[in-house]
Design a protein around this ligand. Structure first.
Ligand code: ADP
Ligand code: MG
Length: 322
């Protein structure tokens, strides 16, 4: 592709426009307004071909996942998304239809989530995408990993393990019916960031994290940050019908506990707030499941299957090796 003229053309057309952007793409930097009484929440995630997505992943799936993983981080902080910056590293041989499909998906998602692309950078290199997402949270209300207390209840949104099964299907390590293949690979390619749930949890949850590395790995991060322990009821983990049909139960549970990329929210709620949570959930259509309870044994994670103890998997989730 000749220089990045084309890319600049795609970047400049069709995305969502917000009133709080004083100066968007085109100058050396963007200028925006943070509303009175709000704080700016900023997060960055990079996806590299061959590490975070398979080679030959459709361009629209790369765009979708890239935005979703960043908005999921904002959701986990209870922040309302506003602006995104995009750094693209694109191989020279990439064809124009890839770029067109990438920006067509990105632009429609900016409309869906009400976020504006306000800048970025474009370079030639191995395929990788980096997004910095920015959002708002009211002053004095921050949803972090560190506020959980012994006795709080542990909840998770959606279903777990679908993205992991989707990845195995794409790698031909697993087979499924055409419908289940479609559902599970879609969950892998196009995770749904729980944006509305995240902001709704601001005054309700004591701590929150999004599940990117795997339930148990991310739960461990929350336990460490909050200096508490947890008992998780493995029998209560929410599993999709597609996952249950595609894997025998023990493997489905391991997938739900250790596979990454689900981008569901894992959060804790004090006993006194359980009723308010139920009221909130009855007015939304996001499924949420109580999967356990916290205790005072700092950092300790125990699994239970009904009344029996259940072994911890040998690996809790995904970790990058350097
Ligand atoms: P500079 O050399 O001043 O950084 P660039 O030519 O890199 O300028 O970028 C020109 C404008 O296009 C800037 O406003 C920049 O933020 C924007 N831009 C470049 N690449 C991207 C991208 N991948 N996504 C969004 N905006 C981009
Ligand atoms: Mg630049």
């Amino acid at each position: 592709m000749k220089e990045f003229d084309l890319i600049h053309r795609y970047i400049l057309s069709g995305g969502y426009i917000r009133k709080d952007v004083v100066l968007g793409i085109g100058d050396d930097a963007a200028i925006t307004r943070v509303p009175e009484g709000q704080r700016l929440v900023v997060t960055t995630d990079t996806l590299v071909e061959g590490v975070h997505f398979l080679a030959n992943t459709p361009a629209s799936a790369v765009a979708h996942k890239m935005l979703a993983v960043n908005l999921s981080d904002l959701a986990a902080m209870g922040a309302e998304p506003a602006w995104v910056n995009l750094s693209l590293s694109l191989p020279r041989h990439l064809d124009e239809s890839w770029v067109e499909s990438f920006f067509s998906t990105l632009n429609s998602l900016t409309h869906y989530y009400g976020v504006q692309l306000i800048g970025g950078d474009t370079v030639a290199g191995a395929l990788s995408v980096t997004v910095t997402a920015m959002g708002f949270t009211p002053e004095k209300i921050a949803l972090t990993r560190s506020g959980a207390k012994p006795g709080d209840w542990l909840y998770v949104s959606g279903t777990l393990g679908d993205a992991g099964a989707g990845l195995q299907l794409l790698m031909r390590e697993l087979t499924a019916t055409p419908e289940d293949y479609e559902f599970l690979t879609h969950r892998h390619y196009c995770p749904t960031p729980q944006v509305a749930l995240g902001t709704a949890l601001r005054r309700l949850a004591t701590a929150c994290i999004d599940i990117s590395d795997g339930l148990l790995a991310d739960l461990s991060h929350l336990l460490q940050a909050s200096e508490v322990g947890a008992s998780v009821q493995v029998d209560r983990l929410p599993l999709s019908a597609a996952l249950k049909r595609s894997l025998p139960m023990p493997q489905a549970l391991t997938m739900a506990m250790t596979a990454g990329d689900d981008y569901e929210l894992l959060f804790t709620v004090a006993e006194e707030q359980k009723g308010s949570l139920e009221t909130l959930l009855s007015s939304t259509n996001v499924p949420v499941t109580c999967i356990g309870q916290l205790n005072g044994v700092s950092g300790k994670l125990e699994l239970k299957h009904f009344n029996n103890s259940y072994p911890l998997p040998s690996s809790l989730g995904y970790e990058h090796r350097f």
